[in-house]
Design a protein around this ligand. Structure first.
Ligand code: MRU
Length: 330
């Protein structure tokens, strides 16, 4: 995988043959973004199957359960992590022999990677309808090729809009504290020759108030059956400002990012280390010992969301009905 902590300055690939390394890569944001985390975790379990010395099925399943426990504890908010692990465990338990299980979990992880790409392309096409020629589209965090296996969710819609022949511009927010916007989204879009401008997170209001934004599109880490969306910290603020300026605010996410069981209070918001806020790289930008509140995600209520773009179509308010329909169609 690409070591995303080294971007945009270095495009470095890392190779793992131990599921513990994959767990560490998820924890430390070498790989991040809900769909990429889900598929990486699936490959982590495939590695665990190869690492296991089991000779009997039950022993192997136990080794996979142990690896699953380590992988699932890496980050709490993105539902794709548990979705990916569940898919692999289901297929493993259907196997009869150790070698058959090894083969099927590897094949399943590869299939999930391929499906992620085709899903993003379908989502892209569905979402491209929502944007017009000469639109400027704002996006927050990175929901691009780096956050998935390829093509991206929100950035997939932006790519598909461009590929449909529409002339568009993008405004990417920096997305402090980890700067997924400036380090990753700006990197991807410049790489693809898509017109992108970068703003500090604090300039969202200014750009909207000055008519510089025609629409917003973001990704998601978890979407509830009510349409509540959990995504990168700051998304709620962007959505609130968009509502205030009557600018359509869209979310793009695959059905694997929906959690039809949980209620808003059930969702754990990851709290990350203070040093992400008190400095940039090795430069300190806050006094020693300052208390820090550093939630990695926030919740945007359905009332602020104009539509949720999936590979199965676009859900519009009221979301309880439209999301139910999407899963019925699935
Ligand atoms: O902390 P991160 O970088 O994993 O957060 C990523 C996001 O919030 C993305 O917007 C979301 O996972 C969707 S990625 C297609």
């Amino acid at each position: 995988m690409i070591d995303q902590t080294k971007l945009p300055n270095n495009l470095e690939f890392v190779t793992y043959d131990d599921f513990n390394q994959v767990a560490e890569a998820i924890r430390t944001l070498v790989v991040r973004g809900a769909p990429a985390i889900g598929v990486s975790a699936a490959f982590g379990l495939a590695l665990a199957a190869l690492q296991s010395n089991a000779e009997e099925k039950d022993e192997l399943i136990q080794d996979l359960e142990n690896a699953k426990k380590i992988l699932i504890e890496t980050r709490p908010t993105a539902i794709n992590l548990s979705w990916g692990l569940k898919k692999i465990m289901e297929i493993a338990k259907q196997g009869k022999t150790v070698s058959e299980i090894r083969d099927t979990v590897i094949a399943k992880a590869k299939q999930m990677a391929e499906e992620d790409v085709s899903t993003n392309k379908k989502m892209g096409k569905n979402g491209a309808e929502l944007f017009h020629d000469n639109d400027t589209i704002m996006t927050h965090c990175n929901a691009g090729a780096l956050a998935t296996v390829a093509y991206g969710t929100a950035l997939g819609v932006i790519r598909a809009t461009k590929e449909s022949g529409k002339n568009i511009k993008v405004i990417a927010t920096e997305t402090r504290p980890v700067q997924q916007g400036s380090r990753l989204t700006a990197f991807e879009l410049k790489h693809d020759g898509i017109d992108v401008s970068l703003i500090p997170d604090t300039a969202v209001g200014y750009t909207m108030a000055n008519g510089l934004v025609n629409g917003v599109i973001v990704g998601a880490d978890r979407i509830l059956r009510t349409g509540h969306v959990f995504n990168k910290i700051g998304t709620y603020q962007v959505a609130t400002m968009a509502k205030n300026h009557d600018i359509p605010f869209y979310v793009a996410a695959p059905l694997s990012t929906f959690d039809l069981e949980s209620k808003p209070d059930d969702v754990i918001i990851e709290q990350r280390k203070a040093s992400e806020v008190t400095g940039i790289g090795d430069k300190k930008t806050a006094p020693d010992g300052i208390d820090v509140i550093n939630p990695a995600f926030d919740m945007t209520p359905p009332g602020l969301i104009s539509g949720i773009i999936t590979e199965k179509g676009i859900a519009k308010p009221p979301y309880e009905e439209s999301i139910k329909k999407l899963f019925k169609a699935n």
